[in-house]
Design a protein around this ligand. Structure first.
Ligand code: SF4
Length: 101
């Protein structure tokens, strides 16, 4: 989430959360994330925000409308897809590698 006094640049200039109470995006463990996600829902830079959080492994808070648990799921899914495509590339380079794996 983007704080109002942060040096905003690029996509951050268009964040829906500029000026919104940061505590909303960093709720206590077990507290509701509904209000923060509601702010994110209408944000035009939601995708950029989510990618930023994924690339920087943001561990806390709501980014791109997603909690850390939800982002972790995406990171896991991407890692599996990466492994599958790497495996596929090896199989194409070394056709007999299918028998090895
Ligand atoms: S998606 Fe949510 S946290 Fe990210 S910039 Fe938009 S309003 Fe802020």
């Amino acid at each position: 989430m983007i704080e109002e006094n942060s040096i905003a640049e690029g996509w951050q200039d268009f964040a829906n959360c500029l000026g919104v109470d940061p505590d909303l995006f960093f709720p206590e463990r077990g507290a509701s994330t509904r209000e923060a996600k509601e702010v994110c829902r209408g944000c035009v830079v939601r995708g950029d925000c989510l990618e930023y959080a994924l690339q920087n492994s943001e561990k806390f808070g709501i980014w791109g409308g997603m909690s850390e648990r939800e982002r972790r799921r995406i990171r896991r899914q991407r890692a599996l897809e990466r492994q599958a495509s790497e495996r596929e590339a090896i199989i194409q380079i070394v056709p007999d590698s299918k028998a090895i794996s």
